[in-house]
Write a protein that binds this ligand. Structure first.
Ligand SMILES: NC(=O)c1ccc[n+]([C@@H]2O[C@H](COP(=O)([O-])OP(=O)(O)OC[C@H]3O[C@@H](n4cnc5c(N)ncnc54)[C@H](O)[C@@H]3O)[C@@H](O)[C@H]2O)c1
Ligand SMILES: O=C(O)C1=N[C@H](C(=O)O)CCC1
Length: 274
């Protein structure tokens, strides 16, 4: 029996809520091995052993602030940081020929264009949500939106913990894209992202968003199809961030030896697009 060597992986933003989960998800999966961990320059963990910084036994991996050094020893980068950091990582991951798994959310249109440009020379797997459940929910959302006409108003409601910095969530935008596709339009055309004051009656065909923030909520999403006398509600509740981290590790493994390009979790999970 042939035994394949584990894939060397770097986790960027190692001290973050998701960084810590990603380290655990790499350590529990024998198909991958942690060879690098980074944090932003000036972070107190720089130069320390990662295991000790996490409050446990030494792991033999030193936290660095030079991502290229770490990427050069790796074949995949797991990146749940912040848009500016991820854009910088994309160029370096392409240079080091690493699969770049991006969970970061909050990108603007120009940022997304820059990531698409990087994907001409590198494998990028990006998703606003790496869980199986949410990716299935995007398929259901597309189907229901296609089946119903504009007499059903589509509203997307999300709730997250009080430390989240971007809104609407990346997941809500994924669900919005799916709803828009089902309706035969684009989210840029249909999105209604904020309502306050005398904003007038609802625009027919709009896809509305509402964001709640509080406590330690991991991530909850509802897609509401509101018609006359009835409502259909599709709902996903995440209760454990390991869900996202295990999805990211799966994407890193799936991305090995793929052609350069921009992929998402539907590709990784082998789910149909329509
Ligand atoms: N796609 C998904 O499934 C999914 C799931 C959860 C969170 N997220 C997203 O992941 C991102 C991070 O979320 P979080 O809750 O872990 O945030 P967090 O603030 O806890 O962690 C971000 C980490 O990135 C580090 N960082 C920032 N700039 C850096 C740089 N230049 N180099 C290295 N590290 C850097 C920060 O110091 C911090 O430790 C957010 O955009 C969030 O929306 C996505
Ligand atoms: O905690 C976060 O931040 C999350 N971000 C993603 C999003 O923006 O949808 C996924 C859920 C958790």
């Amino acid at each position: 029996m042939t035994q394949t060597a584990p894939i060397p992986v770097t986790v960027v933003g190692a001290s973050g809520r998701m960084g810590r989960m990603l380290i655990e998800a790499v350590r529990e999966n024998p198909a991958v091995v942690l060879t690098g961990a980074t944090e932003r320059p000036g972070h107190p963990w720089i130069g320390r052993d990662l295991g000790e910084a996490l409050g446990g036994a030494p792991m033999g991996v030193t936290v660095e602030d030079d991502p290229l050094e770490a990427f050069a020893r790796s074949r995949a980068v797991l990146d749940f940081t912040a848009p500016a950091a991820t854009l910088a990582h994309a160029a370096l991951a392409a240079q080091a020929r690493c699969v770049h798994v991006i969970g970061t959310t909050g990108f603007g249109d120009e940022d997304l264009a820059r990531l698409s440009a990087a994907a001409r020379h590198a494998v990028i797997v990006r998703a606003g949500n790496m869980s199986l459940g949410v990716n299935l929910l995007t398929m259901l959302t597309r189907k229901v939106a296609k089946a119903l006409d504009e007499s059903f108003d589509i509203e997307i409601l999300e709730m997250h913990h009080n430390r989240k910095v971007d809104a609407p969530s990346g997941t809500a935008l994924m669900l919005g894209e799916a709803a828009a596709e089902g309706r035969g339009t684009t989210l840029a055309e249909a999105a209604e992202r904020a309502r306050d004051g005398m904003c007038g009656p609802r625009k027919p065909g709009a896809i509305g968003f509402a964001s709640l923030r509080g406590g330690d909520v991991v991530g909850e999403h509802e897609v509401i199809f509101a018609g006359a006398g009835e409502r259909i509600v599709l709902r996903h509740v995440a209760t454990d961030r390991m869900l996202f981290a295990r999805g990211a590790v799966r994407a890193a493994i799936w991305g090995q030896d793929r052609k350069p390009g921009e992929y998402d979790m539907l590709d990784v999970l082998g789910l149909e697009r329509d």
